[in-house]
Design a protein around this ligand. Structure first.
Ligand SMILES: Cc1ncc(COP(=O)(O)O)c(C=O)c1O
Length: 422
């Protein structure tokens, strides 16, 4: 593969963009269609990460393009804090159909802003100071959200002190140790007894499947266990569905797998196929804050809201079913590869949120093999992204075709077998 034009562009990038950005791909993308991307040098790739689980409808989906163009030509911005606008209202109503009629919606711009709003509402409503989150979690990088994030210490390094009053419990890790849900509950009880009076905890923040932490699927019933603990102590349960939500796991919310209704749900990434938006959905009963208590200039932008409505049309028509069908296929193919390659220690996931964990003997982390698989796959036209220190995430657009899923599985199988020889 030639990267001449991309290389020149990346040199310009390095000269002007923030050194905090972690650009790792050798190519710069020119355009996309469906699940395929083309770079500046004309190389083509099947995208199995969808802008980190964002581009639900892939690239240039005609329905999304049409909705965006029409809304942009009508009105592009009306500050949500002071103006009601039709696409926002329609979007809130559509989201309530999926999440529950007893919820309200606050629109923001990004996942981290959604988490920030959830933290503020939880404190405001409960008048309690503390939060509990989990090790391995990723909730964003603004100061409040970063205080909850506990996936990699690098994200926190140099930014202390963070928001005080956040305590962490270990997330279940069914494969690794294994660490069971019971151990997590035991640790929560330990926190309640020794450091964190439960009656002073405003909220527990949890990802129903951990994303950045390594696509870790907790045992069935874990969310219900947390719901029960929250109910016992009057704590709000906040489901961070920024990565898992909007159909990614084959259900609108990943919490649905446990039949759990959180007090607050945060959606973002996949909601508008790449247009910036987040939706914090909270029970009507906790909407005790008054006008001006919280707000944002750009949140719920009408163009993003129109893109979200078009995305929901595609999702409801077929994409959520497709996530189940293609997800089951990819899971089965990868489990078959796992039988042949002991270094592919674990294959897990729901819908189109699938994690492949690479290990050495005794389940020791194998980031070298993970990185090699990614590199070899890219040479064959498959874009993969890591999750956690030594896993790969499969999070393609939810509209991925059977043909594309087969191409992805074939390439993955061949590069995993090849990497295992090194
Ligand atoms: C579960 C989860 N929460 C929050 C965030 C933060 O979202 P954003 O990057 O849009 O601020 C992310 C981003 O990866 C995420 O995966």
């Amino acid at each position: 593969m030639e990267f001449t034009k991309s290389k020149a562009m990346l040199e310009r990038y390095s000269a002007s963009l923030s050194t905090s950005n972690a650009v790792s791909f050798p190519m710069v993308i020119s355009h996309g269609e469906g699940c395929w991307l083309t770079d500046l040098d004309g190389n083509k790739y099947l995208d199995m990460m969808a802008g980190i689980a964002v581009n639900t409808t892939g690239y240039a989906h005609p329905a999304v393009v049409k909705a965006v163009q029409e809304q942009a030509a009508k009105v592009q911005h009306l500050c949500f804090a002071v103006f009601a606008s039709e696409p926002q209202i329609e979007l809130a109503e559509r989201l309530k159909k999926h999440v529950g009629q007893d919820y309200r919606v606050f629109f923001g711009n990004s996942g981290t802003e959604g988490i920030e709003a959830a933290m503020k509402l939880a404190r405001y409503h409960t008048k309690r100071p503390y939060f509990i989150a989990f090790t391995g979690s990723f909730h964003g990088r603004s100061m409040g959200a970063l205080s909850l994030t506990a996936s990699v210490s690098k994200y926190r390094k140099g930014f202390g002190n963070l928001v005080p009053g956040v305590f962490h419990a270990p997330y279940p890790q069914p494969y690794k140790y294994p660490r069971t849900a019971e151990m997590t509950v035991e640790h929560l009880e330990y926190l309640f007894k020794h450091t964190t009076p439960p009656e002073e905890v405003a909220a527990i923040f949890v990802e129903p499947i951990q994303g950045e932490g390594g696509y870790i699927v907790p045992p069935k019933g874990f969310m219900q266990t947390l719901r029960d603990i929250c109910d016992k102590h009057g704590i709000l349960l906040v489901a961070d569905e920024v990565q898992t939500g909007v159909g990614r796991t084959g259900q609108f919310l990943a919490c649905e797998a446990d039949n759990v209704k959180p007090d607050i749900v945060v959606l973002a990434k996949g909601l508008a196929s790449g247009y910036p938006i987040s939706a914090v959905m909270f029970k009507d009963s906790i909407s005790t804050w008054g006008p001006g208590a919280h707000g944002t200039t750009f949140g719920g932008n009408p163009v993003s809201s129109a893109a979200a409505l078009a995305t929901l049309d595609v999702l409801e028509n077929s994409a959520m079913d497709n996530a189940n069908i293609q997800g089951a296929y990819l899971l089965e193919r990868m489990k078959a590869v796992q039988q042949k390659v002991p270094e592919l220690g674990d294959v897990r996931g729901r819908g189109l949120m699938i994690g492949l964990e690479f290990v050495k003997e005794n389940k020791l982390e194998n980031p070298e093999m993970r990185d090699l698989v990614q590199k070899l796959a890219l040479e064959k036209g498959l874009i993969l992204l890591g999750a956690g220190s030594h896993a790969i995430r499969l999070a393609p657009p939810l509209v991925i075709t059977s043909e594309d899923a087969k191409f992805a599985a074939d390439v993955l199988e061949s590069v995993i077998l090849e990497a295992a020889k090194h």
